[in-house]
Design a protein around this ligand. Structure first.
Ligand SMILES: Cc1ncc(COP(=O)(O)O)c(C=O)c1O
Length: 243
């Protein structure tokens, strides 16, 4: 007897990502692939040696859920050296398998069905699916040509009693725009007296040009108290051994 099983995706119309489409096209056409950040150089040999050494030493078992204590301590020290505050190693640092997982996990932890989350267009492509997967609604603010910085009046007009979170991305993918200290002060004014959380995607914190400085939410005590700040080993250590 044939048993028919129908397992329906919650997102039947969701296709693949633009990265998959463009990278496949670049490979098919033999084109230079500028669409996805593949480093075109080998990782340092010391990295391969270290992975091998630690696996031989038996460190390939389950890690503690929040990340190895030594790694979390190193993150606390790095953030303190860069941005000032020394966050609590036990309760304020979590290691995930990449920034994409951190973003999804943060959204899943805080956004409830029916909640609104403000995102800035153009928006990195994992944000909206994460919001919709947990039953939230993405509300779109626009970053406009030529400088692609937030219009805080527009953001103010989008905040409602249902707003649960604002997702920031600076340095911004794909425009490269940066939030300034003045932007963060303006945002702090807007959010004072609300319970709105911030997810601050800072994965490109070390990719800066022309002497520009990164304004991390970590360094803004009022906003840090309501923020989840996301960094990425992939972005940071593919580009700079000194970080
Ligand atoms: C803005 C932004 N956030 C997050 C990520 C994901 O980082 P990870 O590779 O650590 O998952 C990317 C990757 O392209 C990105 O561009």
């Amino acid at each position: 007897m044939e048993t028919k099983v129908r397992i329906d995706s919650r997102f039947p119309s969701m296709g693949t990502t633009i990265f998959t489409v463009m990278s496949r096209l670049a490979a098919d056409c033999g084109a230079v692939n500028l669409s996805q950040g593949f480093p075109d150089f080998q990782a340092e040999p010391e990295l391969f040696d270290a992975v091998h050494r630690h696996m031989l030493a038996g460190r390939n078992q389950y890690a503690p859920m929040g990340g190895l204590p030594e790694l979390r301590q190193a993150i606390v020290d790095k953030v303190a050296a860069l941005y000032g505050p020394r966050f609590d190693v036990e309760s304020e640092v979590t290691v995930t398998a990449g920034a994409t997982q951190a973003i999804f996990t943060a959204v899943a932890a805080f956004v409830r069905p029916g909640d609104e989350v403000i995102v800035f267009e153009p928006v990195y492509d994992s944000y909206v699916p994460a919001i919709e997967t947990v039953g939230g609604k993405a509300v779109h603010a626009q970053l406009k040509f030529p400088d692609y910085t937030p219009d805080w009046e527009q953001v103010a007009s989008l905040i409602t009693p249902k707003t649960r979170m604002i997702m920031l991305n600076s340095p911004h993918n794909p425009t490269g725009s940066l939030l300034t200290g003045a932007d963060l002060d303006r945002l702090a004014d807007l959010l004072r007296g609300t319970d709105i959380a911030i997810l601050s995607d800072e994965v490109y914190e070390h990719i800066l040009f022309d002497g520009e400085q990164h304004a991390s939410l970590c360094a803004h005590p009022e906003l840090a108290a309501r923020s989840l700040v996301v960094s990425s080993f992939g972005k940071t250590y593919h580009i700079n051994r000194e970080c």
